[in-house]
Design a binder for this molecule. Structure first.
Ligand code: NAD
Ligand code: TDX
Length: 347
């Protein structure tokens, strides 16, 4: 298969590109990525010299760039490209609409124009909104996105649905829970807390820290995406989840314990606006239809991931310099100073 993978220099996309080239010796991949703050060519280092892989820098919302990346044809498009961080969407939703919504429509149009045989949209459980203490999202759960990020992803899902329904585009949507693993940008919970702990900096835990996420190793997610692309039923949505529900405070505790750092590094800071309380995924459809199941044990996968960040200090130190420092000050400076003040008041 010849694939166009968009957003392949980001966390999940880079894992996917490496996994596909290793698993399918006859496949070739064009990676199209704008290299925003979250995109990093170092994530693709192991495949940059592979003759089956070509990297193109470009914007998925730019019709000419997309047409050039498709070149004389691809068999499938897998769309990972997105603005992906909820907190950034709360601060400014503009780029989320441009990339996640308009960019997805440009890709859908290009897929149709070039007769691309399969289109897979990588989506998220956040389109379903937030759960109470029990229950799980199925593919039938109504969409109820709560953040601008989630709303932009839900809009994209509906555009994919419309392209299939109206134009017969052979499309799939996957909706996955929270990923962890190597190459994740250290603005997301696990890599942020691991790298802060390694640097002996406080871990900013939002609110009471009792929010629940369902964690899945990125390799299991990528394997599921690839299975849907090759064997899924056209026009269908497939949920993927790890079956590992954990409170954020528990994750923080595990990271500190694994690294031998004190619990006093945990700082309760002002909560995220509109913070979703709990996500959980019912993945029985993909299990039943395609025989997919997550394979990675969470405790072991988390330890391996922590070890990866410990062993790749140069990677995250480079990422955490420059523009990241401005972002970090804007997002956490006041919150952490407030938390420190509150703790002093208590003593
Ligand atoms: P990421 O932020 O690490 O990577 C996104 C990539 O897209 C980056 O390489 C960036 O440069 C690229 N990009 C951004 N705007 C672009 C544009 N206009 N044109 C071309 N490239 C652009 O994100 P991630 O965590 O790897 O997520 C990948 C996809 O998976 C996203 O669509 C996200 O919504 C979805 N998803 C993520 C998770 C998760 O836990 N991280 C869970 C479920 C679904
Ligand atoms: O500093 C923090 N402190 C904190 O308590 C950060 C960054 C996060 N959190 C909390 C918020 C969430 O309850 O940790 C939890 C996870 O937060 P994120 O890593 O930002 O992920 P989340 O908001 O759950 O969204 C993620 O999963 C679904 C990805 O970022 C999305 O791209 C994906 O679609």
């Amino acid at each position: 298969m010849r694939l166009l993978v968009t957003g392949g220099a980001g966390f999940i996309g880079a894992n996917y590109v490496q996994q596909v080239l290793a698993a399918h010796p006859d496949d070739s991949i064009v990676t199209l990525d704008l290299l925003t703050y979250a995109g990093n060519l170092a994530n693709l280092e192991s495949v940059l010299d592979d003759p089956r892989h070509r990297f193109v820098r470009g914007d998925i919302a730019d019709r000419a760039a997309v047409a050039a990346a498709i070149g004389d044809g691809v068999d499938a498009i897998v769309n990972f490209a997105a603005e992906s961080h909820v907190d950034r969407s709360i601060a400014d939703a503009g780029a989320f609409l441009a990339t996640n919504v308009l960019g997805t429509q440009v890709l859908l149009d290009a897929a149709r124009a070039h007769g691309v045989g399969r289109f897979l949209q990588v989506s998220t459980d956040e389109v379903y909104g937030s759960l109470g203490p029990s229950g799980a999202f199925s593919e039938e759960t109504p969409l109820a996105p709560n953040s601008p990020y989630a709303a932009s992803k839900a809009a994209a899902d509906l555009l994919v649905r419309a392209a299939h329904h109206t134009h017969g585009l052979p499309a799939f949507v996957t909706r996955c829970s929270n990923n962890y693993g190597p190459y994740q940008f250290p603005e997301k919970l696990i890599p942020l807390f691991v790298t802060n702990a390694l640097a002996d900096q406080p871990l900013p835990l939002y609110g009471d820290g009792r929010q629940v996420r369902d964690w899945i190793h990125v390799e299991d997610h990528c394997r599921g995406i690839d299975l849907v692309l090759r064997e899924g039923r056209v026009g269908e949505v497939y949920n993927l989840g790890g079956g590992n529900e954990r409170e954020n405070i528990e994750i923080a505790g595990c990271i500190l314990e694994t690294l031998g750092k004190p619990r006093s590094l945990i700082r309760h800071v002002t909560d995220r606006l509109g913070h979703d309380r709990r996500y959980a995924i019912d993945a029985r459809k993909i299990e039943r239809e395609l025989g997919w199941k997550p394979r990675r044990d969470f405790a072991r996968g988390l330890r391996d991931t922590i070890e990866w960040y410990r062993a790749h200090r140069a990677w995250w130190e480079a990422v955490r310099s420059g523009a990241y420092l401005d972002y970090y000050e804007g997002m956490y400076g006041q919150r952490l100073r407030g938390a420190a003040g509150a703790e002093e008041d208590r003593t």
